[in-house]
Design a protein around this ligand. Structure first.
Ligand code: AMP
Length: 279
């Protein structure tokens, strides 16, 4: 596996390895890798001649400075895991390689997609995400890029931005990988204490309960009850539980959407977790 730390070495690798002509798959990450990330790498390997994973903790997408400071950093372990899974190259750029003119972010507006749920609770977060993804696409120039449904709103926004900017890359979505108790795998799970880790499993349980109640209870009422269940859980502080149409992000008023999805965000201690499930 090649370790690429500069944009020059990245371009050289693309030319030398034939990646400027073959299908290059790209998996952007912020490191602290787990089996969720590895599932993206595996899917990319099935579909591409070569796969590049990037590890870059993007400062502009953290609306909370404490979250940025405490974000897990375990680069050596990450590199070993990628090597063990036959990753072809890993790009670990410096901040100045990604932001050569300072931490400037672009702005996009895709209506509800840009303004609701995560965007509401994490102002400017998605502008940071889309800015870094666009920059990485320009540098890496992949044909296919792989993103997890775990960050569903992010996935939809990346699709929208890629289309709007007419970037020549196809976005491939990958299902959420979960721990045995249902907790969605996340780098932030590393920050949970043993007690908090137990509590965190409740988020996916309540999402699963909502799935089981589909069409028995009107969507608004169901979302309200699910939020209530999360609120009643000791150690959990939910921010939202919403049932929306997965295309428009309009909250569902009746079961008339062909692709409804439930999305939730909650704090467990000081760790903010998100999850979602198709209904
Ligand atoms: P992150 O390192 O958290 O920025 O995530 C990098 C990529 O991995 C994003 O496309 C995420 O959606 C995806 N990802 C994170 N957690 C999971 C998971 N549990 N299952 C599948 N994909 C995931």
């Amino acid at each position: 596996m090649r370790l690429l730390e500069t944009t020059q070495s990245l371009q050289q690798w693309r030319t030398e390895s034939g990646m400027s002509t073959g299908v290059l798959g790209f998996v952007p990450t912020m490191g602290a890798l787990h089996q969720g990330h590895i599932s993206l790498l595996k899917k990319a390997k099935e579909q591409c001649a070569g796969v590049l994973v990037s590890i870059f903790i993007n400062p502009t997408q953290f609306n909370n400075p404490d979250d940025l400071k405490k974000y897990p950093r375990i680069l050596e372990k990450d590199l070993q895991l990628l090597e063990n899974h036959d990753c072809d190259a890993v790009f670990v750029p410096s901040e100045s390689a990604i932001y050569p003119t300072g931490l400037n972010v672009s702005q996009w507006d895709f209506g509800l997609l840009s303004n609701s749920l995560e965007a509401h609770y994490r102002p400017k977060h998605f502008d940071g995400v889309l800015t870094v993804v666009k920059r990485l696409f320009e540098l890496v120039q992949p044909q296919l890029a792989f993103f997890g449904e775990k960050d569903f709103q992010q996935l939809c926004l990346i699709r929208a931005m890629t289309e709007f900017e007419r970037l020549p890359v196809k976005i491939i979505s990958c299902p959420t990988m979960r721990e045995a108790d249902g907790l969605a795998m996340s780098s932030r799970n590393l920050r949970l204490s043993a007690e908090e880790r137990k509590v965190a499993g409740r988020i996916s349980q309540v999402l699963g309960w909502a799935v089981s109640q589909k069409e028995r209870i009107p969507p608004r009422e169901l979302a309200g009850s699910a939020l209530g269940l999360l609120s009643q859980t000791r150690g959990l502080r939910p921010e939202y539980f919403e049932i929306v149409d997965s295309e428009t992000f309009e909250p569902l008023l009746a079961w008339d959407s062909s692709s409804p999805i439930a999305l939730a965000a909650a704090y467990v201690g000081s760790v903010r977790l998100i999850d979602n499930m198709w209904l």
